[in-house]
Design a protein around this ligand. Structure first.
Ligand code: GLA
Length: 388
């Protein structure tokens, strides 16, 4: 079997929306593709370059086709796709299940099959499909099922990234629709509260992610530091601390989310680049089994999930990724009793721990591991079982 069928693993890439919203053009997208190759992002696994909303004119042409805005994309989308492909990257675009996109451009409602064919002709490899302006009397579930079929029959492998913000019990029907990922929450903002709320809202949703249909917790704000052109996303908010961005990235890796970078890669600082290219965290996200992470159930007197929690993700080679997250305002010791992942002392198993953030072996542990985690920060270890 071809291990690289689209959507088997969470998609990795860059998306224009968080930083640039409407202000996109051919040169910007090409430059971002250059940086992805030159600065090691492609080698680290980030392969999709995705143009979000606002790429088209506000009207279809006389034949009913979508028209790229000539002021932004004077050579059309095929030229952009060709350039991106020539760099060894893949090309993503955006449309909407409703009559219009969220920014008021034409959506694909009742144009699904012709638009899918058009995307295939342009050389599109990924389609993000939004949920604005859906006619009220029409089932959203059926619209995603329809577009999924249109894409699967358009003659090209196109990853289908559904984006209905967790509405209409999407968990219950999205995998069957054929979509490769689904947005499970409203839009992320470049602030710590937004990151925390998204993560907390998905903590008990671990059964609803996995190979070929991943829980998309929205695009990353890592490295933005308030650098969006949108007040809503974060230009007035000012961004997060490095520790908070680290927790954000580690959570998205542990929880099986696609990782779509949202910052301006041309300006990424050393911390951002190192975090986004952290091989040990990316290996957890790209584990071939794509399991969700479960939260360790602890006695309520220890701590509430809103303050701190520990996640465990079982990996294909038998290791376990363990993430210790501190959402509270003070440093905390977060104690994991190995009993709580099924390994009591009597099982004669010790865990050899490897620190995925500082890239170093921590030694062998029996019974418990209790790191002290600073406020807003995290500790992520990969545990290798040693059966005594
Ligand atoms: C919605 C989506 C965002 C982005 C915008 C574009 O809000 O959730 O991710 O695509 O639309 O208008």
């Amino acid at each position: 079997m071809d291990q690289k069928l689209p959507g088997m693993l969470p998609a990795l890439g860059w998306n224009s929306w968080n930083t640039f919203t409407w202000d996109i053009n051919e040169n910007l997208i090409k430059r971002m593709a250059d940086v992805m190759v030159e600065e090691g992002y492609l080698e680290a696994g980030y392969e999709y370059v995705v143009i979000d909303d606002c790429w088209s004119l506000k009207e279809r042409d006389a034949e009913g086709r979508l028209v790229p805005d000539p002021a932004k994309f004077p050579n059309g989308m095929k030229a952009v796709a060709d350039y991106i492909h020539s760099k060894g990257l893949k090309f993503g675009m955006y449309s909407c299940a409703g009559t219009h996109t969220c920014a008021g451009h034409p959506g694909s409602f009742e144009h699904e099959f012709e638009d899918a064919r058009q995307f295939a002709q342009w050389g599109v490899d990924y389609l993000k499909y939004d949920y604005c302006f859906k006619p009220r009397h029409v089932s959203g579930e059926l619209l995603y099922k329809r577009m999924s079929l249109a894409l699967k029959n358009c003659g090209r492998d196109i990853l289908f990234s559904a984006c209905n913000w967790g509405e209409d019990n999407v968990y219950q029907w999205i995998r069957e629709s054929g979509a490769h990922s689904y947005r499970s929450t409203g839009d992320i903002q470049d602030r710590w509260d937004s990151i925390k709320n998204i993560a907390l809202s998905q903590l008990e949703k671990e059964p609803f992610t996995g190979s070929y249909c991943h829980n998309d917790m929205d695009m990353l704000v890592v490295g933005m530091y308030g650098g969006s052109n949108s007040d809503f996303i974060g230009s007035k908010i000012g961004g997060c601390t490095d520790a908070q961005y680290r927790s954000h990235f580690a959570l998205w890796c542990m929880m099986d989310s696609p990782l779509m970078i949202g910052c301006d890669l041309r300006k990424a600082n050393a911390f951002t680049k190192e975090l986004l290219q952290n091989k040990d965290l990316l290996a957890i996200n790209q584990d071939p089994e794509s399991r969700g992470a479960y939260r360790i159930k602890v006695e309520p007197q220890w701590f509430k999930a809103e303050d701190a929690f520990v996640l465990a993700k079982v990996l294909a080679d038998g290791d376990i990724a363990l993430g210790f997250f501190n959402f509270s305002d003070t440093a905390r010791e977060l104690s994991l009793q190995f009993w709580d992942i099924g390994l009591p002392y009597a099982s004669n198993v010790s865990l050899s721990l490897y620190d995925c953030i500082n890239h170093k072996e921590l030694g062998s542990f029996r019974e418990r591991y209790s790191p002290t985690v600073p406020s807003g920060d995290c500790v992520v270890v990969r545990a290798h079982l040693e059966v005594l």
